[in-house]
Design a protein around this ligand. Structure first.
Ligand SMILES: [Zn+2]
Length: 116
């Protein structure tokens, strides 16, 4: 640490996100002397929205996976398996309406974010 200060590095109020050591600024770069690496701070996210979208993106992905496996299941069912077909269609119906809702929510969040 002392060596860094001798080299003209400036101690910063921020701490390293990995080891919690104080960070130093040198030649316009932020360094952690403990990890011996440059630390890059991401711009602070705008209130909530981007984070919320992350949750919806993973739900969308999971939901698409499920829709695809139920669609496969449906294709494997025989004509005589009426009860199973009915059940699979019910589940697919729920998944599709949830998917539609999800897309609407994601659109509304994106629009809100653009308006800011
Ligand atoms: Zn560190």
């Amino acid at each position: 640490m002392a060596e860094l200060l001798k080299k003209g590095a400036k101690m910063l109020p921020e701490i390293c996100p990995i080891c919690k050591s104080p960070l130093f600024e040198q030649n316009g770069k932020t360094w952690c002397p403990n990890c011996k690496r440059e630390v890059i701070f991401l711009k602070k996210e705008r209130k909530g929205y981007s984070k919320d979208l992350g949750v919806f993106f993973s739900l969308k992905k999971n939901l698409l996976g499920k829709i695809s496996s139920y669609s496969d299941l449906l294709s494997k069912l025989g004509e005589e398996e009426k009860e199973e077909i009915r059940e699979t269609l019910n589940i697919l119906n729920l998944q599709l309406s949830l998917f539609k809702k999800l897309i609407e929510i994601m659109d509304s969040i994106t629009l809100k974010e653009e308006k800011q």
